[in-house]
Design a protein around this ligand. Structure first.
Ligand SMILES: [Zn+2]
Length: 178
């Protein structure tokens, strides 16, 4: 348990950064370009693309890599690394289950029908897990917006559960399917 101030509330705070948008110069209107120049007059800010220090810039374009720049608001703690870790974990199990379904369907199409035992194996070890894991993955992807506002401990529990579900399914699958 850590109690670093702003660790989980951090997602609601904001900071101003420069961001490169190639070929989107039209979206940056004159007042915003002026704000960017004013901001960079007194701040060291690396170019988001080439890391060149943009301090003292007089145009909304990086002099080093020539990409258009804009001033925008961003989160202090994007906090997506942990979310992505969970996504990868849950995707492993879901991917395996979905792939096995495709494999089973292809096998069914080219060969004689499955035996009763194979049928129940397919239902419990492949089809059902694919539906459950697929549903959980969909819910997880949809939770992305709320994920940042969750407490750090909750985030870790959810991400850990994602990996545990996938590992549990891999073990279950290797034991059931010969
Ligand atoms: Zn640059």
């Amino acid at each position: 348990m850590e109690h670093q101030a702003g660790e989980h509330e951090g997602g609601e705070a904001a900071a101003v950064t420069g961001a490169a948008m190639a070929g989107a110069e039209d979206q940056t209107d004159a007042p915003r370009r002026a704000l960017l120049v004013r901001y960079l007059a007194s701040h060291d800010q690396p170019c988001p693309n080439c890391r060149y220090n943009l301090r003292g810039l007089t145009a909304a374009r990086c002099p080093e890599c020539n990409l258009a720049l804009q001033l925008r608001v961003s989160l202090v703690h994007p906090g997506l690394v942990l979310w992505l870790t969970g996504l990868i974990g849950l995707s492993l199990g879901t991917g395996l289950a979905v792939m096995m379904n495709v494999f089973m369907v292809l096998r069914m199409m080219e060969r004689s029908p499955m035996t009763r035992q194979q049928e129940s194996q397919w239902l419990w070890a492949v089809l059902l897990p694919a539906l459950v894991l697929g549903g959980l993955l969909t819910a997880y992807v949809r939770s992305r917006v709320h994920f940042r506002s969750w407490h750090r401990a909750t985030q870790r529990t959810v991400v850990g559960t994602c990996w545990m579900l996938s590992v549990a399914y891999l073990i279950f699958f290797s034991m059931v399917i010969e």
